[in-house]
Write a protein that binds this ligand. Structure first.
Ligand code: SF4
Ligand code: SF4
Length: 396
């Protein structure tokens, strides 16, 4: 973990490099170029050779599924660090479970990562099955957070987030939120119950990030997920790699790249306020491509995005979204029912469909996140909310 991700000038450096596709050679060249702008890959190994890569494999899908860090991208990073003399371990704890079994093992297999690690000589760790340390945090909702031991034992933690939208009020999910997958197993969902509002839950994410802050973040923004992410959105080609020793600054650049002001992203704002990184563009030096000229046009935001802070409370009540199940796409697998942290979902035997108790639902969208069919979408409760939201978004 990195103690000082900032430059002496006080600015954090973020490399923004073009990368057209997932061809391995193209990826390696682009990632190496991004790291060279930050001082070179060897500069990140100053503390030791044990490197832990934390990708974002949200669900068991083949390489290319836009909610997951692309497997070729992970391979490229493994090969670059192995060539630089590092001992590389890849670790993950995916979201969701079925019949008490988490999706991590299936995600590592379906993505091809098991095979990639075998071929490249990297170690692979399923965080759900290994040791964890229970660490105290000074947080109003949670007193202790379990963290996978390999994350704490590494000399360098590298976060490999996917650029994607997030319906649970954060607009995007990136380097900071990716570290939530260092919590083993389904306790991840329990924290949604203990801190149900976004403004509460993201303080837990922030305080975890303070413990497991990566020394390096490399964003897979070659393709991204737009719309109703982090799982029910659509694939869009964005064509970039973003890298930084400051994950908060990397998130700031990632959000600006898709047209979202950095301070609108709650994790960026909370972490910057806590001194965990730089969250404002004026405090960030972007190296490589010109960020303003690189902004991806017409990138679709989640239906839950609400952005005007001064009118936030009124707007929120009008634009509030709830999860809706598309019965025609649903396969009745019950993954959502098993994952819902407040047990608001059940299988109606008489109707043969998933039903949601609206009085209990805390709108965390964990169900949408884990649904393998992308059958759960946010839907605004009020027509006026839809119109208002479109008006606000059109003014960005
Ligand atoms: S909505 Fe999705 S997760 Fe829930 S039962 Fe249907 S297919 Fe499974
Ligand atoms: S129904 Fe979905 S959005 Fe509502 S609390 Fe359960 S998992 Fe969260």
């Amino acid at each position: 973990m990195n103690d000082n991700p900032k430059r002496p000038s006080g600015k954090s450096r973020v490399a923004l490099v073009k990368c057209a596709d997932y061809d391995l050679a193209v990826l390696k060249t682009a990632i190496a170029s991004a790291l060279d702008k930050l001082g070179g890959i060897k500069s990140f190994l100053a503390k030791g050779r044990k490197v832990l890569l934390k990708p974002n494999l949200m669900m068991p899908k083949p390489a290319g599924f836009p909610a997951n860090t692309h497997s070729q991208f992970i391979r490229a990073v493994i090969e670059l660090f192995r060539a630089a003399g590092a001992e590389v371990t890849v670790g993950e704890s995916a979201a969701g479970s079925q019949a008490g079994v988490t999706f991590t093992k299936a995600s590592l297999k379906a993505s091809g990562l098991e095979e990639i690690c075998r071929e490249t000589g990297a170690s692979l760790v399923n965080f759900d099955l290994g040791a964890a340390a229970l660490l105290p945090v000074n947080n109003s909702y949670v007193q202790r957070i379990p963290v996978a031991r390999p994350v704490l034992d590494a000399d360098l933690v590298v976060s490999l987030p996917k650029l994607k939208t997030h319906t649970f009020a954060n607009i995007i999910t990136g380097a900071v939120k990716n570290m939530y997958g260092t919590i083993p197993g389904q306790i991840k969902a329990d924290f949604h119950r203990l801190a149900p509002r976004p403004s509460e839950f993201y303080t837990v994410v922030r305080d975890l990030y303070a413990i497991v802050r990566p020394g390096l973040t490399i964003f897979d923004a070659v393709d991204a997920m737009e719309g109703n992410g982090p799982s029910a959105g659509n694939l869009v080609s964005t064509g970039f790699i973003i890298a930084s020793a400051d994950g908060v600054a990397a998130d700031a650049v990632a959000s600006e790249l898709i047209g979202v002001p950095a301070e609108k992203v709650m994790t960026t704002r909370l972490c910057a306020e806590a001194g965990l990184g730089k969250g404002r563009l004026e405090d960030i030096e972007v190296l490589g491509e010109d960020l303003r000229k690189s902004v991806v046009q017409n990138f679709k935001l989640p239906a839950t995005a609400v952005v005007n802070p001064s009118l936030y409370k009124i707007i929120r009540s009008l634009t509030r979204s709830e999860p809706r199940v598309d019965d025609t796409a649903c396969t009745r697998c019950k993954t959502c029912v098993n994952t819902c942290p407040v047990k608001a979902m059940s299988m109606s035997i008489t109707e043969d469909r998933v039903v949601i108790d609206r009085a209990i639902c805390i709108r965390c969208f964990c169900c949408s996140e884990v649904c393998p069919q992308q059958a759960i979408h946010p839907k605004r409760r009020l027509f006026v909310g839809n119109v208002l939201s479109k008006l606000i978004l059109s003014r960005w």
